[in-house]
Design a binder for this molecule. Structure first.
Ligand code: NAD
Length: 498
């Protein structure tokens, strides 16, 4: 398989051909430089090196935090919301200008089919900047009537101030989009930032950083330090001058971050994993339910926090759902992310490929019926064929643990109560899909499912205006929409004793 890695910014019909293909350095206080050492970023579809990227140290994080702190107290502090909004709109314009290049970077760095970042990651990132551009001059406080103090009347009002210096830590599965979810609300509300991209896929965020500079965001307001979680990420979390950590990633690292951040009383938002149920009732439009569930399973190779990996099907339609999903899995085209026919690309790295394969073996050992997939399917790169297990009991590891690969399990149920019980019988609570044509069932079940987002007759209907986040092990706090404004501001009350 050959991967078309001949990408340059000139693909987006701008820039000069002598610019580097990838941005690989650190951005601190408006200046790009290389770190003292580098790490190798691999192409998941070939397993071959793609780029040598700066490996930020604790000292680099220190410098970036100092720049962000100075910028917070500099001209940014008095920059009006309307101007911040203009900057965010300009960033959105630049994302759209470089959209083709950014989509190719995501496909190359993550191994996903090129059409997917073109359809989701890039437009969603631009839309997120535009959404928060609109908020930037509309962040308001309230006036609150009180009974007075010390026998005198009072006037009390609140203002929303930036939290301060925000450290954003991003995973590798949809880095451009998730970075936008963190950067846009933080800058809209006047914070400054240090962003740490994931080791496995830093390239799109580094290019986004060039766009943020080009848009005219003042030096120091936005800094990026790529590097390892253990060094750069941990230094950011432990840093006494960082006010908040906005983290998206695994529950294991999220737990560690919350414990570590407690030492300095940092605010934290944690967007963690999921084991999303997709509940298919007997009265559902089965073609739509099977097609939608398959998309929820195989989109982005299943490397999606909200991947709909637990299909709960009413017993009367169970075998139809199993056959339909097995057919959908077999019909997926595994291969080169740059081949237009490909629908499922490579997993991010060898460790992830081995982990997914180990879950498939565990599913077989636990007695589940393998009805599609199960193999890697390619000799080079980190691929796993879309896989479906039937006759799964919800207590099996493949039904309980986040696999983060293209593996779905199909579980039968008999009653609405049983469907709700199984849906909730997981440590996670990020999202759920309900497939039914009965509006009463839809709303009853939506009310009972413990999840941050419920989709009725659809999957992953996300939008920058809608709050995003999970219950239980899926996380703490919300991003996006007005919830994103609240999460990036502190409320201060001011009282005049008259
Ligand atoms: P991960 O937790 O391994 O890494 C995420 C980020 O944390 C990376 O940038 C990594 O370098 C950094 N990190 C690692 N150790 C750290 C430490 N000790 N201190 C500070 N930072 C550290 O997760 P991943 O493998 O990149 O991503 C997959 C996980 O992310 C899955 O569990 C998935 O469900 C979750 N995810 C959640 C959402 C959501 O919105 N809820 C979205 C995407 C991914």
């Amino acid at each position: 398989m050959t991967i078309d890695s001949n990408i340059s910014r000139t693909d987006s019909e701008h820039g000069s051909s002598d610019e580097p293909v990838f941005t690989t350095g650190l951005l601190i206080n408006g200046i790009w430089r290389q770190a003292d050492s580098t790490f190798t970023d691999l192409n998941p579809a070939t397993g071959q090196p793609l780029a040598e990227v700066s490996d930020g140290s604790a000292a680099d994080i220190d410098e970036a935090v100092a720049a962000a702190r100075a910028a917070l107290n500099g001209e940014w502090k008095t920059t009006p919301g309307a101007v911040r909004g203009q900057l965010l709109n300009r960033i959105a314009d630049l994302i759209e200008r470089d959209g083709a290049y950014l989509a190719r970077l995501e496909a190359l760095d993550i191994g996903k089919p090129l059409a997917q970042p073109g359809m989701l990651d890039v437009p969603n990132a631009a839309a997120t900047f535009r959404h928060f551009a609109g908020w930037a001059d509309k962040v308001q406080g309230t006036t609150i009537p009180t009974g007075g103090a010390m026998g005198r009347p009072t006037l009390s009002y609140t203002v929303r101030e930036p939290v301060g210096v925000i450290g954003a830590i991003v995973p590798w599965n949809t880095p451009l989009m998730i970075a936008a979810w963190k950067i846009a609300p933080a800058l809209a509300t006047g914070n400054t930032m240090v962003v740490k991209p994931a080791e496995d896929a830093p390239l799109s965020i580094l290019h986004l950083a060039t766009l943020i500079v080009e848009a005219g965001v003042p030096a120091g307001v936005f800094n990026v330090v790529p590097g390892s979680g253990r060094v750069a990420g941990a230094s950011l979390v432990e840093h006494p001058d960082v006010d908040k950590i906005s983290f998206t990633g695994s529950p294991e690292v999220g737990r560690h971050i919350q414990i570590s951040a407690a030492q300095t009383f940092k605010r934290v938002t944690l967007e963690l994993g999921g084991k999303t149920p997709q509940i298919i009732f007997a009265d559902a439009n089965l073609d739509a339910a099977i097609g939608g569930s398959a998309m929820g399973l195989f989109f982005n190779q299943g490397e999606v926090c909200a991947a709909g990996t637990r299909i709960l099907a009413h017993r009367s339609v169970y075998e139809q759902v199993v056959d339909g999903l097995a057919g959908a899995a077999t019909a997926q085209v595994l291969g080169d992310p740059f081949d237009g026919a490909t629908t499922v690309g490579a997993l991010i790295n060898e460790k992830q490929q081995k982990s997914v394969q180990a879950y498939i073996e565990k599913g077989k050992a636990e007695g589940a019926r393998l009805v599609a997939g199960g193999e890697t399917g390619k000799s080079e790169g980190f691929f796993v064929r879309p896989t479906i297990f039937a006759d799964v009991d919800n207590s099996m590891a493949i039904a309980q643990e986040e696999i983060f690969g293209p593996v779905g399990v199909v579980i039968p149920f008999d009653t609405e109560e049983e469907a709700i019980r199984i849906a909730n019988a997981t440590p996670y609570g990020l999202a759920a899909s309900i497939w039914t044509s009965d509006v009463s069932i839809a709303h009853r079940v939506a009310a009972e499912v413990r999840a941050g987002a419920v989709w009725i007759n659809g999957w992953a209907a996300i939008d920058p205006a809608l709050p995003w986040g999970g219950m239980k092990t899926s996380g703490i706090g919300r991003e996006l929409g007005y919830a994103g404004i609240l999460a990036n501001t502190e409320e201060k009350v001011i009282t005049v004793v008259m």
